[in-house]
Design a protein around this ligand. Structure first.
Ligand code: NAP
Length: 250
């Protein structure tokens, strides 16, 4: 059902983005993996049939313009997975404006830039999917994570608004909201907890898995399969949703 479609996945060289690219490729989708680290992207693209690697920094207007015009050279972009994101913990009273802006620049403004790069074509096409990788932090609060939580709430808000704005076109806009997923972001959080609290690796990991009623980390492939389902023509009436993949945490 998705054979021959083309998808751009930001942050497609690692973690959830890479799993999305692999899962979409299994459905015959041509994937364009975008991110800053071209070498890592190219190595990932080499392992995925029909995949291409394009360098992109979502915080930079020129980079976004160049990356998407490169992507459009080979045809339409039918699917955009806005996955690029960063996370860092900080106590609110110690959070600098620089740190605040750094998180919003990638997680919110970067997503806006990439969406604007495709929206005009997509809203006129007979099929289109924008899937934003938000987080359960886009639905509920989290201590020591206020810049990240605010950024992901913005992503969910944007998703709902764009979904209404383009409801009369075949384009759908949805968010997927994972709990803790076994990727580099979680690995960094574990290291941070160990450093700040002196806990062991197992204790630090348990601090994260206790947020999931199933008591485990989610696998990137589980998030990817939800993304692929949202791309299906059969999910055309699912729009403006923030779908949790979080073991019942919400
Ligand atoms: P990850 O492996 O660190 O992936 C983040 C990706 O974003 C990387 O591929 C990185 O690629 C890219 N990226 C970062 N800054 C960028 C920039 N300025 N321009 C372009 N690309 C940029 O971690 P992940 O867990 O898979 O994260 C993917 C998404 O899932 C994020 O939006 C994250 O907030 C969300 N999420 C993760 C979890 C979790 O527990 N892991 C839970 C909920 C939501 P380059 O370094 O090559 O640029």
């Amino acid at each position: 059902m998705l054979e021959g479609r083309r998808a751009v996945i930001t942050g497609g060289g690692t973690g959830i983005g890479l799993a999305c690219a692999e899962d979409l490729a299994k459905q015959g989708v041509h994937t364009v993996l975008m991110g800053r680290n071209l070498e890592r992207l190219q190595a990932a693209a080499d392992r995925i049939p029909g995949a291409q690697a394009v360098q992109l920094d979502v915080t930079d207007d020129t980079s976004v313009r160049n990356a998407f015009s490169h992507a459009y050279q080979d045809g339409a972009v039918d699917i955009l997975v806005n996955n690029a994101g960063i996370a860092a913990a900080s106590a609110f009273h110690k959070t600098t404006m620089e740190h605040w802006r750094e998180i919003q620049a990638v997680n919110v403004e970067g997503l806006v830039r990439c969406t604007q790069a495709v929206i005009d074509e997509m809203r006129k096409a007979d099929y289109g999917r924008i899937i934003n990788i938000a987080s359960i932090a886009g639905i509920r609060g989290g201590a020591y994570m206020s810049p990240y939580v605010a950024s992901k709430h913005a992503v969910v808000g944007l998703t709902k608004s764009l979904s209404l704005e383009y409801a009369k076109s075949p384009l759908t806009v949805n968010a997927v909201c994972p709990g803790y997923v076994e990727t580099a972001i979680v690995e960094n959080s574990v290291a941070n907890i160990m450093e700040k609290t002196g806990r062991s690796r197992d204790e630090a990991l348990a601090e994260l898995t206790k947020n999931n009623p199933q008591g485990r980390l989610i696998q990137p492939e589980e998030v990817a399969e939800t993304v692929t389902w949202l791309c299906s023509p059969r999910s055309a009436s699912v729009c403006g949703q923030a779908i949790t993949v979080a073991g019942g945490a919400i």
